[in-house]
Design a protein around this ligand. Structure first.
Ligand SMILES: [Zn+2]
Length: 183
């Protein structure tokens, strides 16, 4: 490894001198690496980036991501990121999203497709939120039978077995454009 090799969280520049570029984040003071890679300091554009062998793309704070729910825990979900601001990514970076204050049974199920907004990078973990109208579940299935569900007021209802359940639905839920996006 060369002396340019950095690891996630490493300081690579001061934000007074450089903006956070690809695969980096700024912690309010320093630009830090969000992935393993080679430092790439662009003195002309004053951006500090990390070149990753696979061009791993790390979402920045404020980015909207679409991903697949990888795990559901008691107070958070882990999501494997598939799209960043509508652009596909194959890096399979994960973010976590707190569901503690939602007061919804089954905010999301594993393998649901969800839209989230990135709010922070903390200790190497990417944190996202779901509590805005456009954010939430884009695609889900019935928890009982795996059937197709339709929205019903604040809930969803299975068209196969009539099971009623809750999710934090996105205002884009049921938008067929999104189905095309997944292909
Ligand atoms: Zn069902």
């Amino acid at each position: 490894m060369s002396e340019n090799t950095v690891f996630p969280g490493d300081k690579i520049a001061s934000i007074e001198e450089y903006e956070a570029g690809y695969n980096t984040f700024d912690d309010g003071d320093m630009v830090r690496a969000a992935t393993v890679g080679q430092k790439d300091i662009d003195k002309t554009n004053r951006t500090a980036s990390i070149k990753h062998p696979k061009m791993l793309s790390i979402p920045k704070v404020g980015d909207v991501i679409i991903g697949t729910v990888a795990a559901v825990m008691s107070s958070m979900i882990a999501v494997s990121i598939d799209y960043i601001n509508g652009r596909p990514t194959t890096s399979k970076v994960e973010c976590v999203c707190s569901t503690r204050n939602l007061r919804i049974r089954n905010v999301a199920l594993a393998n649901d497709i969800v839209m989230l907004k990135i709010i922070s990078h903390l200790n190497g973990t990417i944190h996202a939120v779901i509590n805005e109208p456009n954010l939430g579940i884009l695609f889900t299935k019935c928890r009982k039978c795996g059937g197709k569900v339709v929205p019903m007021r604040d809930a969803i209802k299975c068209t196969e077995c009539a099971w009623i359940d809750e999710r934090k639905l996105s205002s884009n839920f049921g938008n067929s454009d999104f189905v095309n996006l997944r292909e």
